[in-house]
Design a protein around this ligand. Structure first.
Ligand code: GDP
Length: 141
């Protein structure tokens, strides 16, 4: 078992799809190990997406991620990082596979319903960004 970090984004919390997305994740076999609702500050959103600073969409991304509540989730499954990337689908919902979360719930490439870590290293960094170690309910602890 391994863990990854998902964020239900402000478009989905704002249009009433957060519960459906959480149910979809559980139906796909992920166990929720930590969950909270946060309104990111500009500084937090900039820090979280630091890797994208300088990209043409960076400002729009920071604006969007601070526009409403986010729900970060620490999720556990076998091969959690790659499995979750499959389940969420391509960044642009018009390119996402049928049945993926972004195909079902995303509005556009920017307002795309959910974030998922893209490597084990980033999963660890992004999980600790939202959840101090002591708050996480790991298996076997
Ligand atoms: P992800 O790993 O599939 O989330 O995609 P990336 O790491 O490439 O981009 C991070 C996030 O930036 C995406 O989920 C989108 O919310 C946003 N983003 C990426 N590309 C674009 C773009 O071309 N336009 C806009 N508006 N947002 C984008």
């Amino acid at each position: 078992m391994s863990q990854t970090l998902a964020i239900i984004k402000p478009d989905a919390t704002g249009n009433g799809k957060a519960g459906k997305i959480l149910a979809h994740l559980e139906d796909e076999g992920f166990t929720v190990r930590a969950i909270r609702m946060v309104r990111l500050t500009r500084a937090q959103a900039e820090a979280f997406y630091e890797v994208h600073r300088g990209r043409p969409f960076y400002e729009e991304l920071v604006e969007f991620m601070t526009s409403g509540p986010c729900i970060p989730l620490a999720l556990e499954a076998d091969d959690a990082v790659s499995r979750l990337r499959e389940v969420i689908g391509a960044t642009d919902p018009t390119e996402a596979e049928e049945g993926t979360i972004r195909k079902l719930y995303a509005e556009s490439k920017g307002r795309n319903a959910i974030h998922a870590s893209d490597s084990d290293e980033n999963a660890a960094r992004e999980t600790s960004f939202f959840f101090p170690e002591a708050e996480r309910i790991g298996s076997g602890r």
